[in-house]
Design a protein around this ligand. Structure first.
Ligand code: C2E
Ligand code: CA
Ligand code: CA
Ligand code: CA
Length: 275
């Protein structure tokens, strides 16, 4: 009979073996997946809190693999960042977004701004800016229609180099968003230095595990500061009507979350919003 310790270890071994197995399987299939169009473009709306109007969309990848099943990004993106495949994937997603353009918002006649996640690995890859320009310009898409989302963790190494790339993008007219604000390191210091337009407040700020009045104060502080800096704030992961109305009260202009819609396959998104 095995001791609990041994069982613990063998269970760990099992989990580890499964993880290695999955990693190997994913790596075996990534190129094929790209060729077979197994990576799919999903779009999630961002909505104005005042009236619910569509304010933009975020592009999110899904991997629908006949061999591995339907995989969420968290199960393959960290691996792709390690093996470098993320660069191809991020550019594939950019091309897919370009193919869906223009999406004209009914009533306003304006093009919907689509925000895209670019890994720091992609941003730091040599020729990133040139390649991005090439894709966007050959599709004749105005730079203002693309918003580049970067997470705070992108700055952990080579902070100055990353800032430099973002300044170049900004000067070219692309919009910039700081993603997952409040989860990383030295956020406030970065805000001072970065030429960003949008601050995406992580859904951790809405956590139900914390004292509601304290959460509210922290949120209010962040929203006031962002407002003073002239940034548009988008609160992420808004799931309930109560959260939406609190944010509305605190003056947050835009929200993204299940309370409005889950991320939808690109075609479904367009149908739903008449784009
Ligand atoms: P993210 O950029 O923070 O994206 C928001 C995540 O929150 C998405 O997870 C979205 O489905 C989820 N979400 C939206 N509303 C709600 C809500 O009300 N409640 C909850 N609990 N979650 C909500 P998803 O799609 O699984 O993506 C996970 C992460 O993977 C993204 O986090 C982003 O960092 C990364 N990612 C996704 N697509 C790409 C891509 O094409 N390239 C790169 N480099 N990263 C990507
Ligand atoms: Ca994002
Ligand atoms: Ca986020
Ligand atoms: Ca995230």
């Amino acid at each position: 009979k095995e001791s609990p310790d041994k069982e613990g270890i063998s269970r760990y071994d099992q989990v580890f073996r499964n993880a290695v197995e999955l990693k190997n399987r994913i790596e075996q299939h990534e190129d094929e997946a790209l060729a077979n169009r197994e990576f799919q473009l999903y779009l999630q709306p961002k909505n104005r809190l005042a009236d619910g109007a569509l304010a933009g969309a975020e592009a999110l990848v899904r991997w629908n693999s006949p061999k591995l099943g339907f995989l969420p990004p968290d199960s393959f993106i960290p691996l792709f960042e390690k093996n470098g495949f993320i660069v191809q994937l991020d550019f594939y997603m950019l091309k897919r977004v370009c193919q869906t353009y223009p999406m004209t918002v009914p009533g306003t006649g304006e093009a919907l701004v689509v925000s895209m996640n670019f890994s720091r690995v992609t941003i730091m890859r040599e020729g990133f800016i040139e390649r991005l320009l090439h894709v966007v310009d050959s599709a004749r898409i105005p730079h203002e229609a693309i918003e580049v989302e970067v997470t705070e963790s992108a700055f952990v190494m080579d902070e100055d180099a990353v800032i430099n790339k973002l300044e170049t993008l900004k000067a070219m007219g692309f919009r910039l968003a700081m993603d997952d604000f409040g989860t990383g390191y030295s956020s406030l210091n970065l805000l001072r230095k970065l030429p960003i337009d949008v601050l995406k407040i992580d859904r951790g700020f809405l956590s139900e595990n914390t004292d509601p009045s304290r959460s509210r104060s922290v949120l209010k502080g962040v929203l006031d500061m962002a407002g003073d800096l002239g940034l548009v704030t988008v609160c992420e992961g808004v799931e309930t009507e109560e959260q939406a109305s609190m944010l509305r009260e605190l003056g947050c202009p835009v929200a993204q979350g299940y309370v409005f819609s889950k991320p939808l396959p690109e075609g479904e998104f367009r149908t739903r919003y008449g784009l």
